[in-house]
Write a protein that binds this ligand. Structure first.
Ligand code: NAP
Length: 246
């Protein structure tokens, strides 16, 4: 389904990004596994892809840095000639109630989750517009749709990702570029491991389908949006959340 396609997945060494990298590779794509600090995890993702018969490389870049993103994308295009799929998955949390939130925690979350998404799209856009094709899939969150107490920075960043997705979808549609977002609900990864049992139980109670999400649930939705089956879909937010945001 994705044979011959090159995919860049940010934050793909672990968690949801890793599952996305594995899924795209299982569908035939060559995957660039971006990471920031987790080199060993990224190399492990590459090994697992290769063991399963696919192909991938790891590439370090802090997506919150505009110039580093430019260098990454220019280098990758030089090396691999084209990128066809860009998945903006890298994300962080720095939770606190608004009245206690530190300025640096607000900035860090916006800079990684929202500006990081802008940075990669901004530098990829030149190539996507020239090749007159491309699939961009941005990972938002149920928190960006509903808002979540204790996550004003994160909710703002993820709502921002939705606005960015829709604006860019309109700008790029005439050049055959699809831009969509996936909004996961509560998925068990290192990001949610830090939550207390009572918070986890509370979240579980908000899921109509009665179970937490698996990283693979998100990966399947991303693979669909990256595939030709989704050629007529752009500017959409696909909730993969067991019904949390109904
Ligand atoms: P995770 O396990 O904490 O993984 C986060 C990933 O983001 C890591 O691979 C990390 O790479 C990468 N990352 C962080 N800052 C980065 C930077 N500056 N540059 C490049 N990569 C960076 O989190 P996750 O649960 O898999 O979350 C993945 C995405 O899904 C995030 O955007 C998150 O907001 C979203 N999401 C998650 C849930 C959930 O319930 N888990 C729900 C809704 C949305 P390094 O380790 O190399 O730094």
């Amino acid at each position: 389904m994705l044979t011959g396609k090159n995919a860049l997945v940010t934050g793909a060494g672990r968690g949801i990004g890793k599952a996305i990298a594995l899924e795209l590779a299982a569908n035939g794509a060559f995957v660039i596994v971006n990471y920031n600090g987790s080199q060993a995890a990224a190399e492990q993702t590459v090994s697992e892809i290769k063991e399963a018969g696919g192909d991938a490389v790891a590439y370090q870049c802090n997506v919150s840095d505009f110039e580093s993103c430019k260098e990454m994308i220019d280098t990758l295009i030089k090396e691999y000639k084209h990128i066809d799929i860009l998945v903006n998955n890298a994300g962080i949390t720095r939770d606190d109630l608004l009245m206690r939130m530190k300025e640096e925690d607000f900035d860090a979350v916006i800079n990684t989750n929202l500006k990081g998404t802008f940075n990669t799209i901004r530098h990829m856009s030149r190539y996507f517009l020239k090749q007159r094709s491309g699939k961009i899939i941005n990972i938002s969150s149920v928190s960006g749709i509903l808002g979540n107490a204790g996550q004003s920075n994160y909710s703002a960043s993820k709502a921002g990702v939705i606005g960015l997705t829709k604006a860019v979808a309109r700008e790029m549609a005439s050049r055959g570029i699809n831009v969509n977002a996936v909004a996961p609900g509560f998925v068990e990864t290192e990001m949610t491991d830090v939550l207390s049992d009572s918070v986890k139980e509370g979240l579980l109670g908000q899921i109509p389908l009665g179970r937490t999400g698996k990283a693979e649930d998100i990966a399947k939705a991303v693979a669909f949006l990256a595939s030709p089956a989704a050629d007529y879909i752009t500017g959409q937010v696909l909730s993969v959340d067991g019904g949390m945001a109904i």
